[in-house]
Design a protein around this ligand. Structure first.
Ligand code: J2J
Length: 541
């Protein structure tokens, strides 16, 4: 048995983070066990008409961990999990943590390409997915995965018509045949997903110690407690609704998570009213929909106290409308699955709340803003964000070459964001240097889509850039050079779909050019392409 390898923090940092009380040496499932002990009957999760108490969540995950252990799975093994916003996602997550199995939780919107990429990297022995997902409606993709990862020997399909295969079957008591235990707290607990900017999506190894700290500190800053009723409206496996403070923050505080199927007002408003939800987290594009719908639903949001918004740029004018329109306080959150999370504080003045993306949450978050040459810039100047700290990774999983430029020699992570840091430490996100499109909070790595487009027999060159969009903030536009002048966007979308690319990564628009513009150093001039499409959009509007 060998545990999942990862880039460790140097000894001096490890010691400091332990001494400061950030790293407790406890596994993430400790939070659940604490609540199951101190308030077993309190409701932890509401999912449709089902409710799970802390005792039930704890027991179901322990039973499943026992079942997995009895089937020979445990420390050293990894799992590929894809579940939607349903209670099973948390039961499975805690079960895997308890059994020492390291999961990667794919988003429900992920498709064949993404799941294959994750499977190829983590080489899971266990797959947990849902028959409701088109990819798992039949068995073809299961066979494909087994071919890709021959060690994959346990396949559990949720929502299966076949009663013998229902995930819930494994949540009932199993004989204590084999022992199980979580991985040590300073080892990898699970993988987070990177938005990325490269051809293959990168995986982020998070340890119990670092993640638990980020959640506890978030809870402190966001004032979560036993009265917290949190609506999980964003995809539950994403870092924001999982840990900032997210569902895990609710579990640390002993509150209640109410699951929504999607962040739209039609799904969320009735849930807020019914369960007296007092806090939730949204991306800016969802917030815009809420602002539009709110006047028609004057009473439904009455219980809401705090609205967290993050994941993408929030225009000041939209931010300022929150208290009046939704009757609650706004908190801006600028975070990343790699680590660093910034929050505006609950007692900040309007200036900070509406114009900044917050202050790093830990006193030991180190932030540097640098110019193109890597020189430190003084406060107030715009530059690239670099960071390291007690919950920011020191390297992506099995990516030595990429890590060599994503991290500097001192272990600082280059987030690819352009920021300004004020004298008082607050950050403003002003742009980005990474080759990524942020489509309403969903991140698209340009290179990944470009490579797939280039796989089309008629495409000779492809470049994916962002274009402004009123609803989403940004959408994607693919510039194509093709052999066949009649090649249409429709055919290319169909082609990408047939490869199994997640829908949100499909280009929103295609433009055909005779040649792509190049910079002096021979790279595709994406700035010109962005200008080109932005201008065209203003002309047609
Ligand atoms: C502008 N850009 C932002 C913001 C993230 C909490 C909140 C969000 C994420 C997240 C997260 C932004 N304004 N307020 O993990 O725990 C962009 C930046 C950043 C990238 C990270 C969390 N908040 N962004 O969005 O890993 O470009 O995490 O580097 O998905 O989103 O994306 P992701």
């Amino acid at each position: 048995m060998s545990l999942t390898p990862f880039s460790r923090w140097p000894e001096a940092f490890t010691e400091r983070y332990r001494e400061a009380g950030y790293w407790l040496g406890k596994p993430l499932n400790h939070m659940l066990e604490e609540q199951a002990r101190s308030q077993p009957d309190a409701i932890a999760v509401v999912c449709g008409s089902r409710q799970l108490s802390y005792a039930e969540l704890d027991a179901a995950s322990s039973h499943f961990a026992q079942w997995l252990a009895n089937h020979g799975l445990g420390q050293g093994d990894r799992a590929l999990v894809q579940l939607g916003n349903q209670a099973e996602l948390y039961i499975v997550f805690f079960a895997l943590l308890k059994a020492g199995i390291v999961p990667v939780n794919a988003l429900f919107s992920h498709n064949r390409i993404e799941l294959r990429a994750y499977a190829a990297q983590v080489r899971p022995r266990l797959l947990i997915a849902s028959r409701v997902h088109a990819l798992f409606a039949g068995d073809a993709f299961l066979e494909e995965l087994i071919e890709l990862v021959p060690e994959l020997d346990t396949l559990l399909l949720h929502d299966d018509d076949h009663p013998g295969q229902r995930l819930a079957n494994w949540f009932t008591p199993a004989p204590a045949t084999c022992a199980f235990a979580p991985t040590p707290a300073d080892e990898v607990a699970f993988f987070q997903l990177s938005g990325g900017s490269t051809g293959t999506p990168k995986l982020i190894p998070r340890t119990h110690d670092d993640y638990y700290y980020s959640v506890r500190r978030s809870v402190e800053l966001c004032g979560f407690d036993r009265q917290t009723r949190y609506l999980c409206a964003l995809p539950a496996a994403h870092n924001f609704p999982l840990s900032s403070p997210g569902a895990l923050g609710v579990f640390v505080a002993g509150g209640q998570v109410v699951l929504a199927p999607d962040p739209g007002p039609a799904s969320c408003f009735p849930l807020i009213a019914r369960h007296r939800v007092n806090v939730t987290a949204l991306v800016p594009s969802a917030l815009s929909m809420w602002l539009q719908a709110a006047p028609d639903h004057p009473d439904e949001l009455a219980s809401l106290r705090l609205l967290q918004v993050g994941g993408a740029r929030l225009p000041e004018a939209v931010a300022r409308r929150v208290p009046q329109a939704l009757g609650c306080r706004l908190q801006q959150v600028f975070g990343m699955a790699e680590g660093l999370v910034n929050y505006t504080r609950l007692d900040d003045d309007d200036e900070h709340t509406y114009l900044t993306q917050g202050l790093p949450m830990s006193p030991d978050d180190e932030v540097r803003v640098v110019d193109r040459q890597g020189n430190l810039l003084p406060a107030g100047q715009v530059g690239a964000l670099m960071t390291r700290g007690p919950y920011t990774i020191r390297g992506y999983f099995q990516s030595p070459e990429y890590n060599a430029h994503a991290f500097d020699a001192e272990g600082f992570y280059r987030s690819g964001d352009l920021v300004r840091q004020r004298e008082d430490g607050y950050l403003e996100v002003v742009g980005r240097i990474k080759d990524q499109i942020n489509r309403g909070g969903e991140k698209i790595a340009a290179e990944e889509v470009e490579n797939l487009l280039m796989a089309h027999p008629d495409v000779t060159q492809a470049a994916l850039v962002s274009m402004p969009d009123a609803a989403m903030g940004e959408k994607s536009c693919a510039f194509i050079v093709s052999r066949d002048p009649a090649l249409r966007g429709i055919a290319l979308r169909k082609f990408l779909r047939s490869l199994g690319l997640a829908d949100y990564k499909l280009p929103d628009r295609f433009e055909r050019l005779d040649a792509l513009p190049m910079t002096a150093v021979g790279k595709v001039d994406k700035n010109r392409l962005r200008h080109h499409i932005a201008e065209q959009l203003t002309v047609t509007e």
